[in-house]
Every structure is written in C-alpha cells, then in structure tokens.
Design a protein around this ligand. Structure first.
Ligand SMILES: Cc1ncc(COP(=O)(O)O)c(C=O)c1O
Length: 412
C-alpha cells in the first residue's frame, strides 16, 4: 500500500516493518482497525457504523502500486475526458493478454469491449438477447442482482436451487432441463460462483453446454471472480472450451474484484459469438460510452503489471479462508457450511440453530453486517453471505463476536 494512504499509527508500525516488494503490505493490513477502514469511507465500512463490514464484495487490502501510479499519471496529464478509442483498445489488449496468460484462452482483443460494470453487460444481454417476455434460469443462491434485474427488462426469473452432496454444490441438471424444455432460452452462469464459491469443472460446463445446444439456450457467463480459485481447483472460461461454448456464451469479467477497483467503472465483455459482436456494436454503444476513462487506466495497469500484488492478495485471502474453514469445522460445526472452492465469500446456513433472520440477529447481537440470504433467492432463508476478505485480525474478531452472541444465547 502506498505510503500516502497510511495514518500515523500505521506509519509508526511500518518504520520497522518490511514492505513487500510487490507493494502488498501485510503488516499494514494486519494493523488496520474498523475505525481506520471507516475513515477511508467505503460503503463496506460506513453503511453500518461501528459494525464489522462483511456484506458487500470488496477487499480491504489497499491498491496495487502500479494502479495508483497509473491513476496519478492520468490525473497529472488531465486525461479524464470521455473514454477515447486508444484507451478502449488498451483495455481490450490487456484483458486478452490476462486471459491468455491465466487460462490459455486466445480471445481476440477485437472481440473484447469495455463496459462500466458486469451488470451493465447483464442488462444488455437481458434487453437484446433474452428480450422482454423471455425467461432466464438463475441457479440459487445467486448474486443478488441476477434475480432483481431481469424483471426490470420484462424477463421472468426461474430460480433453480443448487444441490448439496458431500462437501460440494452441484447444479440440478434435471430441473434445468425441465426449464429449457418448457421454453426458457437463457441461463446465468457465475463461475466461480458468488455466493457459494463453487468452481465449475469442465465436465459440468460441458454438460450445461450440451443442454444449451439441445434447446438453443444462451449463457451469460460472469467470470469476475476467476482469479480467486483455491488450491486443487482450476478456472476454465466457459467460452474457451470449444466453438460451441464460444457461440453460446456472452462472457463478462473485470479487474474490479481482483484489484478492488469497482468504483473506477471499467468491466469487459468478451463477445465470442459474432452475432453478439454485431449486436453490441449497434445496440450497446451507449453502455460502452459510459465506461470510465480512469477505470480504463486502472484496469490496464492492473492486468499489465498488477499480478505480483494480486498473488500476495490471493495468498492472504487463502489464509483467511483457512481460518474460517477451521472455525466452521470447529466451534461453528452446527452451522450449515460447505467450503468455498474460490472467491472470498462464504455461504452460512443458520437454520440448524433455529435462527430465522440471521442477518438481523448478527447485526443486533454481534455488530456484524452480512448479506441477507433471502436476497440470493428463496433457498437463502436462514442463511447469510459473508465476505471474508478483511484484515485477518478483524476476521478473528468478527467470528469471535458471532460465536459469543450465539453462545450467550445458548444457540451454540
Ligand atoms: C458475481 C459478481 N458479478 C458482478 C459483480 C459486480 O461487479 P462490478 O460492479 O465491479 O462489475 C459482483 C460484485 O460483487 C459479483 O460478485
């Protein structure tokens, strides 16, 4: 983290602490308090004053130095007008290069277009491809806007609950096929999946593709969490598998999660279906135009030079996952939980403890702000979505507060 972001206490700490060459500063992060984070003013730490923010999907690990430098350079040059073509091209090339390096996916930069955020791409998909009067399968629990946005475009949502088997979540392919057989022609894939952290296997992706081929279904593939995959799992971009999946998918991604720059507003849509590309260029130019120039600057820096910082951030996230996982298998063993395979989000089910409204419960009794599971679909009653990408000592405090409340109420 760059020095100028640090408050005095942290500066003192750092006087004797080594700053990682990548710019990822674990010592600094470990000393951040909820008060420090609230001072920065993020939604995560200000919406519920005095509480631990574990709801919105942001990381609390500062900014990669290369991004900070790129933003500073752009402001020095006053390069903050509407996004110009050269910056669009830089983003496309940087994104294509990232996809190649990380997933071996050769996607032409010409088919990658900027868009302010992944949801804007989802809106274009709903408006232009699914169309008013159509329907879309949303596997649940789901990232909340996947459920709330389609009705705004006259699109009916078909919620299909994920199934649990052993330590894993699986698609209910029978129910999905029923929906397709009954005329649904769209599916939203979130891989890695927010909020359950599932990372799809290629076999699962191919089974979905096979059904999609049979019924002529289009797939919106949200791969924003792709870089957050834990050991033993691999992210395979759906559209990268073969020509069929490339034609079925409209893929959206962004550096916004991996580098915590969602406020800079620059995602990317990967249009591997030529028909989608033609449609995009005629019908989505307005969406493209709204992309932020500063976001293009930040994103290009992130994809081009941010990897060493990101790898440290991922290491830290994995450490937090291990801590959470150990506690869930230990003193929280009665809480419903399957280990996430990626992302920095966990899905916790408090129905076994008899808690009907866990979000309210933990806000009131523990000062911990979580996402209400019901926002993620009907399957989410009694559940919460928890973001564990916070400073580790705060995660410890967060879990202590939750445990203490449950213990005091004789629920654990
Ligand atoms: C699965 C998923 N998709 C999309 C988004 C939106 O991200 P952005 O607004 O940065 O595009 C989020 C944010 O939490 C997310 O978790």
């Amino acid at each position: 983290m760059a020095t100028r972001l640090m408050h005095n206490d942290a500066m003192d700490i750092l006087t004797h602490a080594a700053v990682d060459a990548t710019g990822f500063n674990q010592d600094f992060i470990d000393h951040e308090t909820a008060v420090d984070l609230a001072k920065r003013g993020s939604d995560k730490w200000t919406r519920y004053p005095g509480c631990i923010g574990a709801f919105i999907a942001e990381m609390d690990y500062g900014l990669a130095p290369c991004i900070q430098k790129a933003i500073e350079d752009a402001t020095e040059e006053c390069a903050l007008g509407y996004i110009p073509d050269p910056w669009k091209r830089r983003v496309s090339h940087a994104c294509a290069d990232w996809q190649q390096r990380h997933y071996g996916w050769d996607v032409s930069p010409d088919r990658i277009r900027p868009v302010p955020d992944v949801l804007e791409a989802y809106e274009v998909f709903l408006r232009e491809i699914v169309k008013s009067g159509g329907s879309i399968v949303v596997p649940t629990p789901a990232y909340m806007p996947f459920l709330s946005v389609p009705p705004l475009y006259g699109v009916h949502v078909i919620e299909i609950g994920m199934l649990q088997k052993g330590e894993c979540w699986f698609f209910d392919f029978d129910a999905i096929e029923d929906a397709f057989r009954n005329g649904c022609r769209a599916f939203v894939l979130c891989n890695p999946h927010n909020p359950i952290g599932k990372v799809l296997t290629v076999d699962e992706e191919l089974r979905l593709s096979c059904l999609a081929s049979q019924y002529g279904v289009r797939i919106f593939s949200d791969e924003i969490h792709a870089p957050f995959v834990f050991d033993g799992y691999t992210h395979v971009p759906f559209a990268s598998i073969n020509e069929t999946t490339a034609m079925q998918a409209m893929t959206a991604t962004s550096a916004s999660k991996s580098f915590n720059i969602p406020g800079t507003k620059c995602a990317q849509v990967l249009l591997t279906n030529p028909g989608d590309f033609a449609l995009w260029m005629t019908r989505a130019q307005w969406s493209e135009h709204q992309t932020a120039t500063i976001g293009a600057v930040a994103t290009t820096a992130a994809y081009t030079s941010g990897e060493p910082w990101f790898l440290e951030a991922l290491k830290y996230v994995k450490g937090n996952f291990e801590l959470l996982d150990a506690q869930m298998r230990g003193r929280f063993a009665d809480v419903g939980y399957l280990p996430p395979q990626g992302t920095y989000i966990a899905w916790l089910d408090f129905k076994p403890l008899g808690i009907e409204h866990p979000t309210e419960y933990f806000l009131d009794r523990a000062g911990v702000a979580l996402t209400d599971g019901t926002e993620c679909g009907e399957i989410g009653k009694g559940c919460v979505r928890m973001n564990f990408a916070m400073p580790r000592p705060l995660l410890v405090e967060c879990l202590d507060r939750m445990y203490d409340a449950l213990h005091a109420d004789a629920l654990l």
